[in-house]
Design a protein around this ligand. Sequence first.
Ligand code: PLP
Length: 420
Amino acid sequence: MLNAAGIAKQGSDTIFSWWARYQAAKADGRDAVNGTIGALLEDDGTLAINRVVDAAIRVAPEVEISAYAPLAGLPSFLDLSKTLAFGETRTCFEELGFSFAATATPGGSGALYLAANNFLERGQSVLLRDRHWGPYNGFLRNNGIDFVTWPLLPPNGHDIHPYFAEAEFETKLEEICSVQDKVMVWLNDPAHNPTGLSMGDEGRAACLSSFVTSAINNEEIGHTLLIDSAYSLYADEPHAWGETILEAVESGMPWPENFLICVAISLSKSHTIYGLRTGALVSIHPEKEVIDRLDTVMSVTGRQTWSAAPRVAQYCVSEMHSSEEGGKAWGQERDRLKQLLDVRRSNLKAECERLNVPLNPTMDGFFAWIESDDPTAVAESCAQMDVYLVPLTGGVRIGLCALSAGDMTKVAEALANALG
Ligand SMILES: Cc1ncc(COP(=O)(O)O)c(C=O)c1O
């Protein structure tokens, strides 16, 4: 009874199956360590919760729990989402005459769905880095969109922009422009899943410049750059993209009509409300007309897909951030959680260095990464030593978010052994 798209859907989620193996090892009484799941855990293995957000949600008035939200989202939340996406640069952009569109979505996934549904034509391809979050493929495929990739890191290793493969990006952009009338790039930065890479000032500036140059040279071709900021509020520079874009605009970068920047925000991690499904798609453009049109298109798409996004966290989180103390208290909890990640990352880096394990560059967020031609063999070998990681396309993901600070010697030893 299934159609072809339904038949193509397979249930084997790699991350959950490796998590289940970790749990089985634990249940067998083994001293197993968990680097599988993508949720932030305390060092004792319990879910890390931002207590300030939790307290804000618990005092929700009944009506804010029960009622629908407006189709586009609660106005106070839409206002907050622009600040979460662009930080302090938001007001600078407004002073320069830019406008922002915003639509509330069920998590960052909903924002990615809106982008997959509305920018490219069916049959066209998005440009992604070769290492990317697996569910992108499904959001795109379900909207009839394909993808092509460019390398996460410059293949020669000594490019002028260490964390951005500029030449390969430009080649792919040109190829796409020669066959499509619209171009879209999805970029999960800073704090990339699955590697923890952040592109750095130079990488971001070079990427923006290549993309804008392509838009200027191809004025009939729509250019949309989507920044997936799912983990950015745990990065050292959470609003790095806003700063890069603002700097470019202030130093005279032209903003062609056919150029749009969108940010997919997710409150799942930043506010530890994974299950409350709250996020937004925020867009910036100098023309108000473009922005108004995007607001309509995106909220109509939401209406036709999931109706309205859940209301309760939109209300409670915007109430919380509306006072200076609320925002500050949230920030202190966020800092505490970020510290867990920072300590785990620096311990892992030190242990990998000691044992000559070739960890990929990793700066921020929930993950670290080892490249491998045979990731399953590496993960299987680690599992033999009771270290559970996740084999993905091109490498093995190390979930710093789930490990504890004291696990890193064991993780690095298992990797060193697996890599021979
Ligand atoms: C790279 C990336 N983008 C977006 C999301 C969206 O998360 P959610 O839909 O839970 O907000 C995730 C969640 O794991 C992610 O890893």
